[in-house]
Design a protein around this ligand. Structure first.
Ligand SMILES: Nc1nc2c(ncn2[C@@H]2O[C@H](COP(=O)(O)OP(=O)(O)OP(=O)(O)O)[C@@H](O)[C@H]2O)c(=O)[nH]1
Ligand SMILES: [Mg+2]
Length: 198
């Protein structure tokens, strides 16, 4: 059964004016294109193809709002670092992200999805700096852990934990083996139950 039986898609937004009302609490999921954001959401919510996944990078190009419960939302953000888009589209993406992060009072936490084989890349670092600047609690999911041998995955985790210092927490994750599922869910629940920052 789904951890959130009433989970549902609310809407996709391409501009601030289309965002859902900024009340209650929400958690955003960000990361490089194709890192596995939508897949991670599906595992955490325990629903297949709840958020649409794709082998083609750049699948999620809008800010997608999902309702988990009354006044509790999960946001699937468009991936960054996708090379094959025009400068115009990239600028639009940047502005949309900046608008989202700057305006959402209901934002309680950020899940940063990182491919464990790549580690933290430039865009991830930028996202982390931003989260730190606005004191947004952040949790990194090192996903696709199934693609590495156990020892290699453990080393990658230590390396990222060292780089993050106390900026964010981090864990291994895999949508294939469902490694880290319970830990990720507990983190989501914790973010959503936190009260708004003053
Ligand atoms: N082996 C493995 N494959 C994964 C995992 N997570 C995601 N994938 C695959 O990676 C690809 C991209 O996954 P998505 O969830 O669509 O990635 P995304 O970050 O939402 O991508 P965009 O929306 O394009 O930015 C798909 O082919 C997934 O099946 C994982 O933990 N293990
Ligand atoms: Mg996606």
């Amino acid at each position: 059964m789904s951890h959130y039986p009433d989970a549902h898609f609310i809407k996709s937004a391409n501009a601030v004016s289309q965002f859902v009302p900024d009340t209650g609490a929400e958690v955003a999921v960000a990361g490089r294109s194709n890192a596995g954001k939508s897949s991670a959401i599906n595992i955490i919510v325990n629903r297949r193809q709840f958020a649409r996944t794709s082998k083609t990078p750049g699948r999620t190009q809008l800010v997608n709002f999902f309702g988990l419960q009354e006044q509790r939302r999960l946001i699937d953000l468009p991936g960054y670092g996708f090379a094959r888009v025009s400068d115009k589209k990239r600028a639009h993406w940047r502005n949309l992200m900046a608008d989202y992060f700057e305006c959402r009072k209901s934002l309680r936490g950020l899940f940063l999805i990182v491919d464990i084989r790549r580690g933290l890349m430039e865009f991830d670092q930028q996202m982390l700096s931003f989260a730190e600047l606005v004191s947004l609690p952040t949790h990194v999911l090192l996903t696709k852990s199934d693609k590495l041998k156990r020892g290699q995955a453990a080393t990658a985790l230590l390396e990222v934990r060292r780089e993050l210092r106390d900026i964010a927490t981090v864990q291994q994750f895999s949508t294939l083996t469902r490694l880290g599922e319970a830990e990720a869910r507990a983190q989501l629940d914790q973010f959503l139950s936190e009260s708004a920052a003053e």
